[in-house]
Design a protein around this ligand. Structure first.
Ligand SMILES: Nc1ncnc2c1ncn2[C@@H]1O[C@H](COP(=O)(O)OP(=O)(O)OP(=O)(O)O)[C@@H](O)[C@H]1O
Length: 220
């Protein structure tokens, strides 16, 4: 069983001073699961994603990644994050940004750039691969960040509002690519979103309300 649990939070809470961003939550992400994390603005979705990705530590409780092997430092390998805020490196092109995780892992540059280029093409960004982040629209930058998360073949992808700046056509296209790639590489996916259309593409819903998490059942 443990070898299927990618991320597990047990009784975690996260406080920022007086603000309780997340109250006592417990949840699990199993191998290949597709989860929509729904909730209104400020309800604690980003906070939970950051804890599940090891990007921050809980104020109480614990987070572990049983199926991902030993964790070096705070953050597990094989977990990729799509941030809500702009997170691309300014001096690098869209293509280089998307290829970066593979380059840092020591992949052959030609292979890394080819893989990143393929992902960008499928995300509708074939014409902007050489542009710098400052030359991209918010929605284009968001899709580059998705390509960067997918490029190294992670086991778990945590995406914070990846369709937040996209029109419905491009949001649908992004979901097509994300789901197809997760199928291909066998990755699990947790997406924080306000968009009910995104949630219908995933297997189950976790509902966050004022820092309280209700992990839902698997969709029928
Ligand atoms: N670094 C921080 N310092 C202080 N308060 C914070 C910090 N990060 C989040 N919070 C607070 O924690 C609560 C939950 O924030 P969080 O970003 O997790 O919500 P969210 O559901 O992701 O919102 P949104 O949909 O708007 O992104 C909010 O009240 C927010 O103001």
């Amino acid at each position: 069983m443990n070898d299927q649990i990618l991320a597990q939070a047990v009784n975690v809470a996260r406080h920022y001073g007086e603000t309780v961003a997340l109250e006592q939550a417990s949840c699990r992400v199993m191998d290949s699961e597709r989860i929509a994390l729904l909730g209104s603005s400020g309800s604690g979705k980003s906070t939970l994603l950051h804890l599940l990705g090891g990007l921050s530590a809980p104020s109480r409780g614990s987070v572990s990644w049983p199926a991902l092997g030993p964790v070096e430092g705070l953050r597990p390998q094989k977990v990729a994050f799509v941030f809500q805020a702009q997170s691309l490196l300014a001096p690098l092109s869209a293509l280089e940004n998307a290829a970066l995780p593979l380059l840092l892992l020591g992949a052959h540059p030609g292979d890394a750039l080819a893989r990143a280029g393929d992902l960008l093409e499928r995300l509708g960004l074939g014409s902007v691969v050489q542009q710098l982040p400052e030359e991209l629209s918010g929605g284009q930058a968001q899709r580059v960040a998705v390509a960067r998360a997918l490029v190294s073949g992670p086991r778990l992808i945590l995406a914070d509002e990846p369709t937040g700046q996209l029109d419905s056509v491009n949001a649908g296209r992004l979901m097509d690519v994300l789901i197809a790639e997760c199928d291909r590489i066998g990755a699990a996916l947790v997406i924080a979103t306000h968009d009910p259309q995104v949630a219908t593409r995933l297997d189950r819903v976790w509902q966050m309300t004022h820092g309280v998490l209700v992990p839902g059942e698997v969709a029928a």
